[in-house]
Design a protein around this ligand. Structure first.
Ligand code: G3H
Ligand code: 13P
Ligand code: ZN
Length: 356
């Protein structure tokens, strides 16, 4: 079965009232563990690759791994998504590689660091949507800018900065003008393992204070404007579980004050319209902890399979936990897969041609 357009996965999630995890991949083991988790949970899944991942895998390896995932797990509804595409050119590359969904993140300029103007965001996102929709590919755009920084991407906005949160007053205009299929919100989450600046009196980190109320406000404004159940997206949504961080620290790591987004906050969002939840850091921590443990306990080992296998298992476990917590577990067989051609005919029949 070919990969499916992400919009179908999100619309079905809206019908079922659940969220779908979008898990980042860079290499074979990560794709394997995520697909294995989806299979074990019978869950639809979004696998996503950042620009850093595309570069790391030299494009061709990721393309073939993605193909392998679809061949090995033909029964799993899988969308392959570009995470934080910084330009129409990057979006084009991803589409040519066979991605069924792209994010255009024009909340920042192409450098991935400078916060962009609203007009720049609208125009760039619209150009990306015009291009992607020609082939039935789904488009995610971002309104407001996220905190944190990863692999050089991100404006480095502090975790407690509220000035770059999504403005609910702009949401309808943004969706109408960009024609995006789903909307990434900035509500106080941030990328990475250090999502908070709040501490209790003993100096222990507390979860960040999120602007969760905006989710409902934005969903309602969109519904009132004729976009009922418009899929919303939460980035920076790793929960950074203490037990996984403890494993890293126990075996020689140094991740003091790591803190993530509590699962209850994500579930609160899902109940109000969040359909895609981005999780990368949790997988990274699980993998790192498992590898550190093998290195610490068996310093004599040097076969990569000896540490990559437990790493893959630890990653799979955390992905399965997210699939259950987000409610996508058991929902894979609820619907029949759509092709990109069908998506184009259904949703984008009037998409303009010839966008450069
Ligand atoms: O955007 C954030 C994702 O976690 C991807 O991170 O750019 O380091 O691959 P990356
Ligand atoms: P985390 O760093 O919280 O896993 O967020 C990942 C993300 O938003 C990818 O786009
Ligand atoms: Zn992100």
């Amino acid at each position: 079965m070919p990969l499916v357009p992400m919009r179908q996965i999100l619309e079905e999630a809206a019908k079922g009232g659940y969220g779908v995890g979008a898990f980042n991949v860079n290499n074979m083991e990560q794709i394997q563990s995520i697909m294995q988790a989806a299979d074990a949970c019978n869950s639809p899944v979004i696998i996503q690759a950042s620009r850093g991942a595309l570069k790391y895998s030299d494009l061709i390896f990721l393309e073939k791994l993605m193909e392998a995932a679809a061949i090995k797990y033909p029964h799993i509804k899988t969308a392959m998504h570009l995470d934080h595409g910084n330009s129409v050119a990057t979006v084009k590359t991803a589409i040519e590689l066979g991605f069924t969904s792209v994010m255009i993140d024009a909340s920042l300029l192409e450098d991935g660091k400078t916060v962009a103007s609203y007009e720049y965001n609208v125009e760039t996102s619209r150009a990306a949507a015009d291009l992607a929709h020609q082939t039935g590919v789904t488009v995610e755009a971002e309104l407001g800018a996220l905190g944190g920084i990863e692999d050089g991407h991100g404006a480095g906005i502090a975790a407690d900065d509220t000035t770059h949160l999504t403005d609910p007053e702009q949401a309808v205009d943004f969706v109408q003008r960009t024609q995006c299929d789903c909307l990434a919100l900035a509500i106080g989450t941030s990328h990475g393992a250090y999502k908070t600046l709040r501490y209790d009196k003993d100096g222990n980190p507390l979860p960040p204070k999120l602007a969760l109320d905006r989710i409902e406000v934005i969903a309602k404004k969109l519904a009132d404007a004729g976009y009922p159940a418009f899929p919303l997206v939460m980035h920076g949504s790793s929960s950074v579980p203490k037990d996984l961080v403890d494993i890293v620290n126990r075996y020689g790591g140094k991740m003091p004050n790591a803190m993530g987004i509590p699962l209850q906050d994500i579930q609160f969002g899902i109940a109000r319209g969040v359909r895609k939840i981005n999780v990368d850091t949790d997988g990274r921590i699980a993998i790192t902890g498992a590898i550190r443990k093998v290195f610490a306990e068996h310093p004599e080992k040097f076969d990569p399979r000896d540490y990559l296998k437990p790493a893959r298992e630890a990653h799979q476990k955390v992905v399965e936990e997210r699939m259950r917590a987000f409610g996508s577990a058991g929902r894979n067989d609820d619907y029949k897969p759509m092709t990109l051609a069908e998506a184009k005919a259904k949703w984008y029949a009037g998409a303009p041609a010839g966008v450069k």
